[in-house]
Write a protein that binds this ligand. Structure first.
Ligand code: ADP
Length: 927
């Protein structure tokens, strides 16, 4: 094949090499003569006419137009192809018009071989069609010029912007990329195959088939090529690419090339994904979202542009209904103006804001809404919208308000008012809170026979007037009217047909005042109804469910409070009227409460007593002990008893006996004090008296002992001289009987007799003084045996007086053997002695038993004793008769009495002169 001779006007050798390389690549055989000046060009033409001329446009000392002119002037018929950089686009057009055969950008040299071929073909023997060809080329060139111009502009605009431009020559399957394309595919011209298949290989396998199809459709003219796909880089990462292109067709409409662009939309995709996510959040969130325009802003607010589904569910308004309106549509009489003002101020300053207010649903229902609004800016940073996230917090708000209400009610119950006063306050608060027209509280009487109205409140003038006149039935039986029915049924009662057939008796008054709907709700304590709330409204509609719920809750809550208050009132009543001191003391040692009896006792007011520590009122000597007591009460919970002295305001000392106990949960001491001043004083007095008595008793015992000692010594020591007197008188009588006359003998007899009597007296006295001193042991004694012994002892007297001793079957007793025998002996002896001469003596002995003692009676039918001597006969040496009439010393009964009394018994008699006597005595049983 003949080599194509190329004359190449080019001053840059590298460009010349690139051109040569491109031609070689296309297997074109050629020679290349390089010229860079006009002279060289002229010289070369002189030397030989080339087959084709390539020309760079602008050289330092030459240019393509000049070259073209020279060629035309010389009439040389060879193709003239402009091979130039992209800055000479406009010039290229004029060059083509001037007669240049083609125009190749240096950036698109791959097109050069094809251009060379076609130019040569056209020139080769086709001189006829040359003109047509030239025209056609001019048109094509103009079109390409336009494309290139655009492409160049695009490239200019897109250089560095992530956009790549491609060109696919279908005939040669040459795919030409600009630098941007290589960047997008993260490859180089060396690595990339520059054919259609090579490009397909870069696509994500999942996208490949779809894209091939789309290319196919574009080529067929069925659909514009405008698509997205993913490109896989060498490192395995994939990138979203947006692609578009146009198909170039020949005269027959066959697609011959496609040109287009690619750009990376990964960031955009991410944002899109992100946006989708956000959109789905906004659409699906349970919080309501409302978007308003930022401008214009009139007094009603901004125009609504969007609300989500949650908003529609919350308010009842759909987007269609509310779009274009302002949020004012949601507000109403109860919306907090202050909060809205605050919101308006934030909006003016473009600041986010959060408020909670009452709004109104489409159906007019109120609800609590919490919303926060934030301004939204566009890409330029201008605020264009407000976005508002809204929550229906009615339930939370109601719960919050109800909690506050219940706390407030509890506070009222904790106050000092009476139950009825505070129920009136509670009711007023409730009616205002619930925004109803009327409320009443009814309580069941203690005997549970009737239910009585204790509080009534109405917000309407008519009803207020009605109550103030004292109107309305104030008491019902169980089952009667609303209060009674709620009591009986134990559940909430609802009554709307006040004027209808189902009229509840007793509601006539309510009707008169215009009430149309009424409720009766039981107040319950311990599963038992203790009262009823009655609520009324002037409209024929129901009270909001959460409010009736509130009253039901209150019915349970207040039941306990009312009961507690009732008990407290009753207790207060008891404490108020208690005659004793009742008080509550804090663990800090101050009186917290003290009843009137306490104040009266201590002569201070309650305020005075509460002002200082109670220890200040205590007697100085008792302070330390009282402090100890308080400490002990603090530490234990059992009842604690103590006594101490208080000093009253007037300075008197009051003894108080306290019973105190600590209430663990409340850290309080409850105490009841009794004024024991009188008892305490008499106790002290008694103690002193006791002391005196004990002293006297001691002194008496001492003197008695002395006396007894004296009697004993005297009687004992007198025996001896007396015996001497008697002995010597007896000696005188015997020895000198011859010299003593009868009178003398008689005197001696009297003296001896006197001495004998004196001896007997001394013996009796000795016996008397021994009583109580003698050791005597106790033993079981059979009194029957003892009486028999005494019978034997007195057998002579019994015989002489023909006496009988009648003794019942007497008991066996455990007692002092010797001394008790002496008692029986003395009494039986007297009965035998003081007999009447005219009748035989009859003596009776009986015994009777009681729980603690034995009582014995020894009776006779003797001479008796006159009542006036009943005491005298028990004294020592006291007798009622002369020695001549009845022998004796008058000591017997004195000794007997002393024995009986020393054993804890008593002795007495019943007698009448001449009619016998009965002597009684008692003996304590042992133990
Ligand atoms: P005495 O018998 O030695 O005189 P008592 O002390 O036994 O002394 O009695 C005192 C007096 O009580 C007696 O003198 C007597 O007058 C009177 N008396 C005692 N017992 C009886 C009796 N059973 N009947 C009548 N008089 C009695």
């Amino acid at each position: 094949m003949k080599a194509i001779r190329i004359l190449h006007i080019e001053d840059d050798e590298r460009d010349a090499c690139l051109v040569a390389a491109e031609l070689e690549k296309a297997a074109i055989v050629f020679t290349q003569t390089l010229v860079s000046t006009r002279a060289e060009f002229m010289a070369s033409l002189e030397e030989s006419i080339p087959d084709i001329i390539f020309s760079d446009h602008s050289l330092p000392a030459f240019n393509s137009l000049e070259a073209l002119k020279i060629v035309q002037e010389k009439g040389i018929q060879v193709p003239f192809i402009l091979v130039s950089g992209n800055t000479s686009q406009e010039f290229a057009v004029s060059a083509i018009k001037a007669g240049a055969g083609d125009y190749i950008l240096k950036d698109a040299l791959q097109r050069l071989p094809a251009a060379v071929q076609s130019s040569l073909e056209q020139y080769d023997g086709n001189v006829k069609g040359l003109k047509i060809q030239q025209e056609k080329q001019a048109i094509e060139l103009a079109a390409r010029e336009e494309i290139n111009k655009l492409a160049a502009r695009l490239q200019l605009a897109t250089s560095g912007s992530g956009i790549g431009i491609w060109d696919w020559d279908m005939a040669t399957d040459q795919l030409t990329w600009d630098a941007g394309m290589y960047q997008l595919y993260n490859t180089t011209s060396g690595q990339f195959g520059s054919v259609y298949e090579a490009w397909l290989m870069c696509l994500h396998p999942e996208d490949k088939e779809r894209i091939e199809n789309e290319i196919h459709l574009a080529i067929n003219g069925e659909k514009e090529y405008n698509t997205e796909f993913r490109v896989i880089w060498g490192d395995g990462s994939f990138h979203y690419i947006k692609a578009g292109g146009t198909v170039e067709r020949d005269n027959e409409g066959n697609a011959i090339r496609m040109t287009g662009i690619n750009w990376d939309i990964s960031v955009h995709k991410k944002e899109e994904h992100h946006l989708k996510l956000l959109e789905s959040v906004i659409t699906n969130t349970t919080d309501s979202v409302m978007i308003t325009e930022a401008e214009p802003f009139d007094k009603n607010g901004h125009r609504i542009v969007y609300v989500n589904e949650a908003f529609t569910i919350m308010t009842g308004y759909t987007l269609a209904e509310i779009a274009g309106k302002t949020p004012k549509i949601l507000q109403g009489p109860k919306s907090d103006m202050e909060a809205l003002k605050r919101l308006g101020e934030s909006i003016k300053k473009w600041e986010p804001c959060e408020i909670t207010i009452i709004n109104y649903k489409k159906n007019g229902e109120e609800f609590w809404i919490n919303f926060s609004i934030s301004p939204v800016a566009d890409e330029k940073g201008w605020f264009t919208h407000w976005i508002s996230i809204e929550k229906d917090i009615t339930q939370r708000k109601n719960e919050e308000l109800q909690k506050m209400l219940i706390a407030e009610i509890s506070r009222l119950f904790g106050g000092t008012e009476t139950l009825n006063e505070l129920l009136q306050d509670v009711l007023t608060r409730l009616v205002t809170f619930a925004d109803i027209d009327m409320g009443e509280i009814w309580l069941i009487a203690k005997d549970r026979q009737r239910i009585n109205r204790v509080a009534a409140y109405s917000s309407s003038n008519e009803l207020q007037h009605f109550y103030s006149k004292g109107c309305g039935v104030k008491s019902f039986a169980k089952g009667e009217c609303l209060p009674g029915i709620a009591w009986e049924k134990k559940t909430m009662q609802f009554c709307q047909e006040l004027c209808g057939e189902k009229n509840i008796e007793g509601l006539d008054d309510a009707k008169k005042t215009g009430l149309q709907t009424m409720y009766g709700l039981p107040i319950i304590y311990n599963d038992e109804v203790i009262g009823t709330f009655v609520l009324g409204i002037n409209k024929k509609e129901k009270i909001a469910a959460h409010l009736t719920g509130l009253f039901e809750n209150l019915g349970l809550h207040m039941g306990a409070e009312i009961k507690r208050k009732q008990v407290e009132q009753e207790l207060n009543q008891i404490i108020r009227f208690a005659p004793d001191l009742v008080c509550i003391v804090g663990l800090n040692g101050y009186f917290l409460k003290i009843n009137p009896a306490g104040c009266d006792l201590l002569q201070y007011t309650e305020a005075e007593l509460k002002a200082v520590p109670l220890i200040d009122f205590i007697h100085p000597d008792d302070k330390a002990r009282t402090n100890d007591s308080i400490q002990q009460i603090r530490e234990s919970q059992v009842n604690y008893y103590t006594e101490n002295r208080y000093i009253t305001q007037s300075g008197d000392t009051k003894w108080i006996a306290w019973t105190s106990s600590r209430i663990q949960e409340e850290e309080l001491i409850f105490a009841v004090g009794k004024d024991i001043t009188d008892r305490k004083l008499s106790e002290i007095h008694l103690k002193e008296l006791n002391k005196t008595l004990q002293k006297q008793a001691r002194e008496l015992a001492e003197s008695n002992a002395d006396l007894e000692q004296f009697a004993y010594v005297a009687s004992h020591d007198l025996q001896e001289p007396l015996r001497m007197v008697t002995s010597f008188l007896t000696l005188i009588d015997k020895k000198y009987s011859a010299v003593i006359d009868d009178t003398g003998k008689q005197y001696i007899h009297y003296a001896v007799d006197g001495a004998n009597r004196m001896r007997q007296i001394i013996l009796d006295l000795l016996e008397f003084s021994r009583v109580g001193r003698k050791e005597d042991s106790q033993a079981a004694i059979d009194l029957n045996e003892m009486v028999n012994d005494i019978r034997i002892l007195f057998r002579k007297q019994i015989q002489d007086k023909s006496a009988v001793i009648l003794a019942d079957s007497l008991p066996v007793i455990y007692t002092y053997k010797t001394t008790i025998r002496q008692v029986f002996q003395n009494l039986i002896g007297n009965a035998l002695k003081y007999t009447r001469k005219d009748i035989p003596a009859v003596i009776g002995i009986t015994a009777t038993e009681t729980e603690l003692e034995w009582q014995f009676a020894i009776s006779d039918n003797g001479i008796g004793v006159s009542r006036q001597y009943f005491d005298k006969i028990f004294l020592i040496f006291q007798r009622l008769h002369t020695r001549e009439a009845y022998a004796g010393t008058g000591m017997g009964l004195a000794i007997t009495k002393k024995i009986i009394e020393s054993r804890g018994g008593k002795i007495w008699l019943q007698s009448e002169e001449g009619c016998g006597s009965t002597f009684y005595f008692t003996l304590r049983k042992p133990g």
